[in-house]
Design a protein around this ligand. Structure first.
Ligand code: 5AD
Ligand code: SF4
Length: 452
């Protein structure tokens, strides 16, 4: 069959779509970029926030119209929303033929066959304690960075979050298997790996913890940079901080979700750390890795959040000076502890007002943090042509800051040295200080490798 697959949401979903491609291609299905040419339309969905659902219902409305013209089109909803709203989807969206949760992707060929052969609906939302898709090689688009899921699920049950219900229990992949995947992607030409998990610092496989895994991945020849997302601020492994300080391949960037700066809100969120513990951790991170960049996630307007609670969040944001942040209004999710235990009592306009204040503050801080970079020289990994001007390149510093620059002979995957000469809120601009290291004589290039 010709399959059109659209992905919504986080990087874990993008990764899952790479797995889905591999599973379906192995059964002789092919993928098309245009819905007009598709026999099966699959939406790989997200359930984290309100607008994620809205987007998918909107797309399903479009598919309803299309199905009137193209009667045989098979429509499937996969991933977190499929798991979260399975009943609702099964009952209220008659155009949906397939509903499959994040642990059911291996059954997709069977579900498609059941719809085509017997005209049955294909629903599967069983969650597994073991499925890690370790035996599937994801089908990636060629590029500079490859994402690798090192674990699935989450056992933290933050009260606002739907992930433990949609992705099930936490399970880690065997390091041997992850390292084999890293060797494969290095041979395919990827230069950077980002290890993915809902809570990477609880990664554990037999005697190996997350810091061990980072070192193992960094040791793979051909891989120049290793990143990860996301850790939880509780029990942050000091061993990992020391490894990041010592090993130049481990990038000096930590995405450390704060969620709130108020102890009473953090307590209701079930985050298991206090404002002081978070701030102490930040101080320790900056002592061990002085050049680190810190980014975060913050939620405004969680159940019971008062003006004073929100002021405390602003205070922490001011104090830490994050390099950038993802900021959200709280939206109640079905199945979560907060839905059962608390009232979603902060009015929508208050949530919006708080979010706007937070965004304004963070923009100012991001701009200041970027302005400090002006005049410095950074090793930049070239990623892709800049979206605004395809004659320029977008690359990233070790600290994950985007840099736009011009270099007529650079290629994605090259390292260049860029002198930063302007700073915006989201990106830096610079000029080439030293062109691609690949073009240097062999001996000089070897010496450069030792620095990175
Ligand atoms: N409402 C708003 N934001 C949420 N997030 C997770 N669940 C919700 C929710 N119900 C945010 C958190 C998390 C990020 C991935 O999404 O900040 O870290
Ligand atoms: Fe959700 Fe908390 Fe798990 Fe993150 S750590 S996925 S916020 S439950």
């Amino acid at each position: 069959m010709k399959i059109f697959l659209e992905t919504f949401g986080c990087q874990m979903n993008e990764y899952d779509s790479e797995l889905i491609r591999s599973i379906l291609r192995s059964q002789q299905h092919t993928f098309v970029d245009n819905l007009d040419h598709a026999e099966v339309a699959l939406l790989n969905t997200c359930a984290i926030r309100e607008n994620a659902h809205e987007k998918i219902y909107y797309r399903l409305d479009e598919l309803r119209g299309r199905k009137r013209r193209q009667k045989k089109l098979v429509v499937g909803v996969l991933g977190c929303m499929a798991q979260n709203l399975r009943q609702e989807l099964a009952e209220h969206a008659p155009i949906v033929d397939i509903v499959a949760g994040p642990d059911s992707y291996k059954r997709l060929p069977l579900l498609i066959d059941a719809v085509l052969g017997k005209g049955e609906k294909g629903f599967d939302f069983s969650l597994s304690e073991y499925e890690t898709y370790s035996d599937i090689a994801p089908q990636r688009q060629a590029g500079v960075n490859a994402w690798i899921a090192i674990m699935r699920g989450c056992d933290n049950f933050c009260t606002f979050c739907v992930v433990p219900y949609t992705r099930g229990r936490e399970r880690s992949r065997e390091p041997k298997n992850i390292v084999a995947e890293v060797h494969r992607i290095a041979a395919e030409g990827f230069r950077q790996v980002t290890l993915l998990g809902q809570n990477v610092n609880s990664y554990r496989f037999e005697q190996h913890d997350f810091a061990d895994l980072m070192e193992m991945v960094a040791a793979v020849e051909g891989i120049r940079r290793v990143r990860f997302t996301s850790p939880h601020p509780k029990d942050f492994p000091r061993k990992l901080l020391r490894a990041m300080a010592a090993n130049p391949k481990l990038c000096k960037h930590i995405h450390l979700p704060l969620q709130s700066g108020s102890d009473s809100v953090l307590d209701r969120m079930g985050r298991t750390y206090t404002k002081k513990e978070y701030l102490d951790l930040v101080d320790e991170i900056r002592t061990i890795i002085p050049e680190v960049s810190l980014t975060t996630d913050v939620i405004c307007g969680f159940c019971g959040e008062t003006d004073t609670d929100f002021e405390e969040t602003l205070e922490v944001v001011r104090r830490v000076e994050f390099d950038s942040a993802f900021m959200f209004k709280y939206s109640q999710r079905k199945q979560t502890i907060a839905e059962r235990k608390f009232e979603d009592d902060v009015p929508e306009e208050v949530k919006t007002r708080r979010l706007m204040r937070l965004i304004d503050l963070q923009r100012e801080i991001s701009k200041q943090r970027n302005t400090v970079e002006v005049g410095k020289i950074h090793d930049v990994l070239v990623e892709e042509p800049s979206k605004k001007n395809p004659h320029e390149w977008l690359g990233r510093t070790d600290q994950y800051k985007g840099v736009v620059f011009f270099d007529e002979s650079a290629k994605p995957g090259d390292f260049v040295q860029v002198r930063i000469n302007a700073a915006g809120t989201n990106t830096l601009r610079g000029t080439i200080e030293r062109p691609s290291w690949r073009r240097l004589p062999v001996m000089a290039a070897a010496a450069d490798c030792c620095q990175n």
